[in-house]
Design a protein around this ligand. Sequence first.
Ligand code: NAG
Ligand code: NAG
Ligand code: NAG
Ligand code: NAG
Ligand code: NAG
Ligand code: NAG
Ligand code: NAG
Length: 530
Amino acid sequence: MAPISAIALLSFSLLSISISLILSSNIIEDLNLPPPPDFRSTILKNCKENPLIRYCNAVSGDISDVFKSTIVAQHLCNESKNPNCSNSFTKIDLSTRPLIAPLYLSFTFFWKYCPLTILTIDLSNNSLKGSFPSDILFCSQIQSLDLSYNGLIGEIPTDGFTNLTNLTFLNLSYNQFGESNILRLHYFARFNSSSFLRSGLLAKDRKFNVGSIVLQVFLLIFVVGIIGCFGWRCLQRPDLLPFFLQRKHKFTQAVLKAATDGFSEGNLVGRNKRVEIYKGILRDGSEGLIEIHRGKFSFESRRDFVEECRILVQLDHKNLVQVLGWCDNREFRAVAMRWTDGYTVVEWLSRNPQWKHRLKVLMRVVEAMCYLQDQWPQVGCEIRTSSIFLSNDHEPLISKLKVQDKNNPSKNVYKFGVFLLELVSNRSPHEGFETGETGFVEWIKIHYRHHVRKVIDERMKTTVITFVQVKQAIGIGLMCTDVSNNQQPSLHQISKMIDRVYQSSLVSQSATHRHKIQRTPTNALKVNGD
Ligand SMILES: *[C@@H]1O[C@H](CO)[C@@H](O)[C@H](O)[C@H]1NC(C)=O
Ligand SMILES: *[C@@H]1O[C@H](CO)[C@@H](O)[C@H](O)[C@H]1NC(C)=O
Ligand SMILES: *[C@@H]1O[C@H](CO)[C@@H](O)[C@H](O)[C@H]1NC(C)=O
Ligand SMILES: *[C@@H]1O[C@H](CO)[C@@H](O)[C@H](O)[C@H]1NC(C)=O
Ligand SMILES: *[C@@H]1O[C@H](CO)[C@@H](O)[C@H](O)[C@H]1NC(C)=O
Ligand SMILES: *[C@@H]1O[C@H](CO)[C@@H](O)[C@H](O)[C@H]1NC(C)=O
Ligand SMILES: *[C@@H]1O[C@H](CO)[C@@H](O)[C@H](O)[C@H]1NC(C)=O
């Protein structure tokens, strides 16, 4: 049996329990004591006086637990240094008692019958581990609870707290609860953030301080600065923008300046009074031609110019120059075109191209004219040997386009006729003919019937077959240029006629080819066999 060190008449007036007991200093030993014989009647008497006492609700089998809870209460009151434990037990103060605090917390039977006199519970600084000690919430009458400086984790039993209606002080600081932004909950709104410092219960983004505000202001200034710089740069060089942000066909003067290396002389390919033409590297890395007009442009003229460009950028034919975009300022206007190196038909003719290549060029030009007439009747093109260019594989490129109010089909056919006759004769209507085109056409017409060889490019070697074709072509040219009786063929009819001549030139060429082969010595056997 444990040594008897103290005899006390425990008469907790507020607990309304009076038991005579011999208590040792060791609580574990004392918990083995049996309840005194009159314990049950004492309880009944106390409950009659104060029915609120928690053990009054206990079922009869729990009498041993009730007794043990009174043992714990006596020890805990003494441990908590309450001044007069025989009279009152107002606070549980186990602050910085890491060796015994967990022990007392483990006595669930004590907390279940938590004495009504207790108003304060302090379990701070005990390195308590694990989840929130929910048993203490049985003491629903408490006004103060301190659990700071522990290692508690997990969730707060927020429902249990709502029973603590008289709680005015709470400290859960310095724990490791799961984040829950607890101040949003109605019950905890009565406390301020100093109850939950570093508890894990406050949303982190709520923590504003001067330092972070200053940092954020600097960040904002930095971001605005970057965006500003980027915007300014893009105003200068929209081609540096990501592709989806670019305005597809509109160029700024700065972009064109950059593309032409500052409108450098080295990039200048042509100039007259009003127009400068530069080569430049455009945004996609391809070479382009940039035609620049300087001057003062009225509002109307600018509007018309942009309208015209909007149409031209939509044209899509391999034999029409591709307009990439435009630039429209009050004193500066430009059109950018896709470009590949080539030479004019005039230069090409000086190299005496083959008949079938001349026919191919004629065919392609009339095809492009048909495309315009069918799809873009408001767009006219210049059909001249000096403004039509040729690539190395004899694909012509019509380089001058114009949006016009009235596009005269008869005039277009006439222009094509003159072009055709130039290609056949290698003569320019502007050289040696007093009346220009009319004189040129008249000259051809005169010789067509009896001395047609006189008008055919003398360098062109014609066989019997190609001569017929050349004559047919001249006939088409004369039909086109004959405006006397409204009998001009349409562009589509011309296209068909030229195509027929072209096809026959291909057939006759392969026939000539075969003919030649048969006459070579290696084919002698075959010739003999005939
Ligand atoms: C009460 O506490 C004092 C020290 O605070 C201790 O000496 C004494 O033994 C305690 N009494 C009991 C019954 O635990
Ligand atoms: C403790 O309570 C007893 C009984 O009510 C009383 O006689 C005594 O004066 C109290 N002592 C103190 C220090 O309050
Ligand atoms: C917490 O306990 C430690 C010893 O375990 C002690 O040094 C420290 O001062 C205590 N802190 C507070 C706030 O009581
Ligand atoms: C809160 O305090 C009031 C007045 O002191 C009391 O009547 C009430 O029972 C207390 N609430 C609880 C839950 O103990
Ligand atoms: C609140 O207290 C009542 C009675 O005091 C109890 O029945 C109930 O279970 C408690 N609620 C919680 C969530 O502990
Ligand atoms: C928080 O509440 C306590 C009282 O519970 C008070 O002393 C303290 O000044 C309050 N702090 C703030 C920041 O409001
Ligand atoms: C809770 O405890 C911490 C640490 O001791 C302290 O800084 C804080 O002010 C306390 N909160 C309240 C509401 O007393």
